[in-house]
Design a protein around this ligand. Structure first.
Ligand code: ASP
Ligand code: MG
Length: 420
């Protein structure tokens, strides 16, 4: 018998039919003798629908009173799905009770719409589990010190589930979703992509931050910090699939690196089309320029990713970096208006049609020549690399967007990721 947290995403909770299916699956786990806490998302589309209603009445405002009401509003999506699941479980003959975040309580700070969990009191939940109930806790929400309802940011139910699992020292946190695990890359780009049976939490962090949107990235950080074993698996298998088979399915996010020693050096290829490149040309090469350029960008709350500075020639250098594509125009304007005149730089140019492709693997720590193999493979395809950045477990290149799929396929093959 173990305490296990199940999280079900919006698609899995998308209709009464699907909620009934979730109930049958959860009841199966409870019948097998496990204590189950379920953290559901709102029914798919519900959070968007609710926030859309607010927008009809008033456009988004950077105003605390407004954000407080957004949380009051959006949190109802999870309250409804949680109650519906409890009703469905009871109909299956499985005693069950649902709680909103404030009833548990899941305490957060007061940053409405992007609150962070500070503590979870598990007393009430434990008592119910010990009384044989399945306990359902709304995902995505909590309560601040003043009793205001808060939400954790879009996709936040993953983080709720991991936080509950951490607080209750659960044996595992099972994230049931509409895909059957984490893949070596997006199967829509590379049909040969394979499901990984395990992935280290650090690799998952890199993959999650680069477009494989299986999990909210904050939930992975949380799992890493509190060492919560987390498994991503499908909620679209028949609910009565053998429980042992189900318990071993999907992708397990691990913490033991030793297990991975014998495995592939590169675990996955991540890519991201959301970036844009900006270059400041003819910058005087003197102390403080990086600060002058990137400081102004940071002050405008724009996040910068890959950065390069060229060797200088005749006391001038070129400086390039990438930002999110949504921030592209804003960054160019900012540099042209404020930074260029102060800096005495010649010109700002940019390219929004780029993408970032990365190879990710903890095996890269202990192997040399991994990056050069990447570069060779890209050169064999005639793909020009515009920027490179590396970390201990990742090498990323910025290339022309039109070569993205070609690059991902070539790298997937070069690193033998299509072979089990
Ligand atoms: N319902 C929330 C959202 O759509 C939270 C979640 O589903 O994780 O963002
Ligand atoms: Mg989600």
């Amino acid at each position: 018998m173990a305490l296990i947290v199940h999280k079900y995403g919006g698609t899995s909770m998308g209709s009464t039919e699907r909620i009934r299916n979730v109930a049958k699956r959860v009841a199966k786990w409870a019948r097998a003798g496990h204590q189950i806490v379920v953290v559901p998302s709102a029914m798919s589309g519900e959070t968007n629908r609710l926030l859309g209603l607010a927008k009809e009445l008033s456009p988004a405002k950077p105003d605390i009173a407004y954000h407080r009401e957004l949380d009051m509003l959006a949190s109802t999506g999870e309250q409804a799905s949680s109650a519906l699941l409890a009703i469905a479980l009871q109909a299956e003959g499985q005693p069950s009770v649902s709680y909103a975040g404030w009833q548990v309580a899941i305490k957060t700070n007061d940053a409405f719409t992007k609150a962070r969990i500070e503590s979870i009191d598990d007393k009430r939940v434990r008592a119910d589990l010990n009384a044989g109930k399945v306990v359902i806790i709304t995902g995505f929400q909590g309560v601040d010190d003043n009793g205001n309802i808060t939400t954790l940011g879009r996709g936040g139910s993953d983080t709720s589930a991991v936080a509950v699992a951490a607080a209750m020292k659960a044996h595992e946190c099972l994230i049931f979703t509409d895909v059957d695990g984490v893949y070596t890359t997006d199967p829509r780009v590379v049909p040969e992509a394979r499901r990984l049976t395990t992935v280290s939490f650090e690799e998952m962090l890199e993959m999650a931050s680069m477009g494989s949107k299986v999990l909210q990235i904050r939930s992975v950080e949380f799992a890493g910090k509190y060492k919560v074993p987390m498994r991503v698996l499908s909620s679209f298998t028949p609910w009565d699939i053998d429980i042992n088979e189900e318990a071993a399915s999907g992708t397990l996010i691990t913490f033991e690196e030793d297990e991975k020693m014998e495995q592939a050096v590169v675990s996955g290829i991540a890519f991201n089309r959301d970036e844009a490149k900006i270059s400041v040309l003819g910058v005087p090469d003197k102390p403080g320029i990086a600060y002058q350029i990137l400081g102004a960008v940071a002050d405008a709350n724009i996040e910068v990713d890959v950065i390069i500075q060229n060797l200088s020639k005749d006391g001038k250098t070129d400086f390039s970096f990438t930002v999110h594509r949504n921030d592209y125009a804003k960054t160019i304007d900012l540099l042209q208006e404020k930074v260029l005149p102060a800096l005495g730089a010649a010109e700002v140019t940019g390219d929004a049609k780029i993408c970032k492709v990365s190879i990710v693997g903890i095996g890269m720590r202990s192997h040399v020549g991994v990056a050069s193999k990447m570069f060779r493979s890209l050169s064999e395809e005639g793909i020009n690399i515009q920027m490179i950045s590396t970390s201990e477990i990742k090498t990323s290149v910025v290339i022309d967007e039109k070569y993205m799929e070609l690059a991902v396929r070539a790298l997937h093959k070069a690193f033998d990721l299509d072979q089990a």
